[in-house]
Design a protein around this ligand. Structure first.
Ligand code: PD2
Ligand code: ZN
Length: 283
């Protein structure tokens, strides 16, 4: 006897019958009436329905997607004219959502951010999941500081530029963070969103909800090393003075493929400024 092949069309038909409320025995009977072997039909029915239920359970376990910031790139512009600056679009990726901009900051702005931050630099810390506090950890060996939102006229100018570029309110942004990596310093791969299942995260999430996007601004060009890497998609972005790297994550889940890190600086040092964007107003 010729083998009977269960095609995607047959699976689709089975699902349609089930969704329309047909009982499995009736679906089986009509398959047999149209020439299907009983055992093959039964197996096809069982496989199709169990696969469908497994997929639905998996989807139900995912956090739902939320709106995220992002530039308007309709028509594939090569540059975006903002109120106070024209920015180049150098690279776009859809999954993960990554966009690299050229000329986002002027040389003067990069240098001023570095100088303004120098007096307040301390060893960078990472969030402690259990408490929501932070501590020094070997996975992050930079030094850094935070500006309050709008702390200086330069912060305000950059924050307004970010809000216009990414179409996201200034008040949803955390204060700018400036980071300094000495030779050998790195930030091992991590997600920028918070794990909502961790006990300490409730207090962190109270201040404006989840992080949904990151803009990483490179303030100098180290001669070697210091790329921002996305291991899930083998992407490495070179740190070039004035460039800004944007990525967004519409849910706190690895499916966003936004695992990323700062590779060790090999020669020279590296300065960056980070802007994290929240779902709601960051207070
Ligand atoms: O400095 C970097 O390249 C880097 C890499 C990954 C910074 C951050 N994450 C961050 O500030 O979140
Ligand atoms: Zn990060």
């Amino acid at each position: 006897m010729k083998a009977q092949v269960v095609t995607p069309e047959l699976r689709q038909w089975i699902l349609e019958q089930a969704k329309a409320g047909c009982r499995p025995e009736d679906v089986l009977a009509s398959m047999q009436a149209s020439g299907w072997d009983g055992a093959v039909a039964e197996q096809a029915l069982e496989d199709t329905l169990s696969q469908f239920l497994a997929e639905r359970a998996q989807q139900a376990a995912l956090p739902p997607p939320v709106p995220v910031p992002g530039p308007l790139l309709d028509g594939a512009p090569t540059q975006l004219v903002l109120a106070d600056r024209t920015v180049q679009v150098l690279l776009t990726m859809h999954n993960p959502r990554v966009v690299l901009f050229g000329g986002f900051l002027s040389d003067d702005e990069c240098e001023a951010l570095i100088e303004d931050s120098r007096p307040r630099m301390t060893r960078s810390e990472t969030v402690v999941n259990a408490t929501g506090g932070s501590e020094v950890h070997g996975s992050r060996t930079s030094h850094g500081m935070f500006f309050a939102r709008g702390e200086t006229p330069l912060c305000t100018r950059i924050e307004q530029r970010i809000a216009e570029l990414l179409r996201w309110p200034v008040i949803n942004g955390e204060g700018l963070q400036v980071l300094h990596y000495a030779p050998g310093a790195e930030y091992r791969p991590h997600y920028d969103y918070f794990d909502p299942l961790q006990p300490g995260m409730a207090s962190v999430l109270q201040r404006g909800g989840q992080r949904v996007g990151t803009l990483l601004m490179y303030l100098n060009t180290p001669p070697r090393g210091g790329a921002t890497v996305f291991p899930d998609v083998a992407l490495e972005v070179a740190p070039i003075k004035g460039h800004a790297l944007f990525f967004s994550y519409d849910r706190a889940h690895a499916m966003t493929k936004t695992l990323h890190g700062g590779a060790p600086v090999v020669e020279g040092d590296k300065w960056v400024a980070t802007k994290w964007l929240r779902e709601g107003e960051f207070r």
